[in-house]
Structures are given as C-alpha cells and as structure tokens.
Design a protein around this ligand. Structure first.
Ligand code: ADP
Ligand code: ADP
Length: 224
C-alpha cells in the first residue's frame, strides 16, 4: 500500500493565536518502508502523524492511500478504515489496566466484531516473547514488556501500516533500543510498513528512511 501526503498544512487556532503546526508537508510512503520522523518537542511530529493516520483532518492538503483521499468521507468511514488498515503504538502504551495481556492484544478485533485468528495470535506473541505473560495484567509487566503487548495489539488486526508515536519515550535507553529492534524485526518478518516518530536521533537512525521536522517543515534526510 502506498501513502502519499501532498502539501499537508495544519493550523490551530485563529487570528494572532494561530499556530502553523505543519507547513506544506510532502511525503510518499511505499509498502514495506521503515521510516522515522525525528524532531524536537513542538516541531509538529504528532500533528503530522495524526494527519497521515487519519486521526485528525488537515487544514489544507491531501492524504491518499492507494490513490484514495482518506479525509473525504464521513467520520465513521475514516474510523472503520483506521481500525482495519492501521495499527497504533503510543508512548504511554495505553493498555487497559484491568485486562490481561491477551485481552489487551485482542481488543482491536473485539471492537470490530472480528474473530481471533489463534494461529496468528500464537505466532505474534511467540515472536514478541510474550507467550508466558499472556495472563498477566499490565501492572505485572515491565515497561518493555508492556510496549511488546502494545506492539502485538498493533499487529493483531493485520494492518497494512503501523504508526508509532514516541514508542521508546517512556523507556530507558536499553529497553528503547530493544523495542526499536523488535519493530525492525516486525518490519522484516511480517513485511509491515512502519512509521516511527521520535525526538531521539539515535532511535531515528535505526530506521531505513529518516525524515526530520523542524518548526513544521518536513524534509527527508537519509535513505539506505
Ligand atoms: P510534537 O509532536 O513535535 O511535539 P506537535 O505536533 O504536538 O509537536 O505540536 C506542533 C505545534 O502545534 C506546537 O507549537 C504545539 O503547541 C501546537 N499544537 C499542537 N496541538 C495543538 C492544539 N490542539 N491546539 C493548539 N496548538 C496545538
Ligand atoms: P502520549 O504521547 O501522551 O502518550 P499518545 O501518543 O498516547 O500521547 O496519544 C496521542 C493522541 O492520540 C492522544 O490525543 C490520544 O487521545 C489519541 N489517541 C490515542 N489512541 C487513539 C486511538 N486508538 N484512536 C484515536 N485517537 C487515539
């Protein structure tokens, strides 16, 4: 799946309080890309991620998935599209504290009234080293383990693309690198397109294509 963002602009507020969070960003993401977007706090990373993942609407510009403008239809169409095609990973994990690891992982399927593919569930939880943690509550897991549960939850609905918003931001540097290594292996083994935003250049270097964003201006800085 190919994602193309053209001249994406986001302004918040009006008049003298107006903030241009993102200015005419252009981005083309190919199937199986592993991309990082690095920039300091307040540079527009979350804004860009929210627009290209359909969590928010641009002020100007277009986001297309395989040529389809995702912001054109009704809200309900956009949220169904997000549930089926996109996996999300967040800085603070966003696991539900009263549910076990397994229950958290399968939640996206329950919300979409879909059956659990038990073979695939086993494959991803083994791959992520979670098979002995599935009955634990999030509070009984380390930060790195909680983020692995969140990665499994992002994979369970077999999305085309995974967006990760500061996935290592709440972890010490070693757990952070482990989570990035895992995302790199998820990219390799499962052929997923992955987009990571981070303020940490060492984390950003681990991706195959790196973009930087400064004061709402996006540019591609390296590719390997
Ligand atoms: P980052 O993710 O890089 O920290 P953001 O995309 O969150 O940056 O923010 C970019 C700019 O837009 C910042 O100046 C921020 O204060 C502003 N901003 C973000 N969200 C809002 C909002 N909902 N209302 C007003 N300003 C916002
Ligand atoms: P933080 O960096 O504080 O952990 P997150 O990256 O977790 O914040 O969340 C970024 C934003 O995305 C938040 O405003 C949150 O409400 C929103 N969000 C989180 N999960 C979802 C979701 N599944 N669908 C829609 N919006 C979400």
């Amino acid at each position: 799946m190919r994602i193309v963002a053209t001249d994406l602009t986001k302004r918040y507020g009006t008049g003298e309080n107006q903030v241009i969070a993102l200015h005419k960003a252009n981005l083309e993401i190919q199937a199986r890309d592993f991309i990082s977007i690095v920039g300091p706090s307040g540079s527009g990373k979350s804004t860009l991620l929210h627009l290209i993942s359909g969590l928010d609407y641009p002020t100007e510009g277009v986001v297309e998935y395989d040529g389809q403008n995702i912001h054109q239809g009704k809200d309900a169409v956009l949220s169904a599209f997000r549930r089926r095609r996109i996996g999300f990973i967040f800085q603070k994990f966003h696991l539900i504290p009263v549910l076990t690891a397994r229950e958290n992982i399968i939640m996206p399927l329950l919300l979409d009234h879909r059956q659990v593919d038990e073979g695939y569930f086993k494959q991803i939880t083994q791959f992520l080293g979670l098979e002995h943690r599935l009955t634990h509550l999030p509070s009984e897991l380390s930060g790195g383990q909680q983020q692995r549960v969140a990665i499994a939850r992002a994979l369970i609905a077999k999305p085309d693309v995974i967006f990760a918003d500061e996935p290592t931001g709440n972890l010490d540097s070693q757990s952070g690198r482990e989570v990035m290594d895992l995302l790199a292996s998820v990219h390799r083994e499962f052929g997923k397109t992955i987009v990571v935003i981070t303020h940490d250049d060492r984390i950003a270097q681990m991706a195959e294509r790196k973009f930087s964003i400064v004061d709402g201006i996006l540019s591609e800085v390296s590719r390997r």
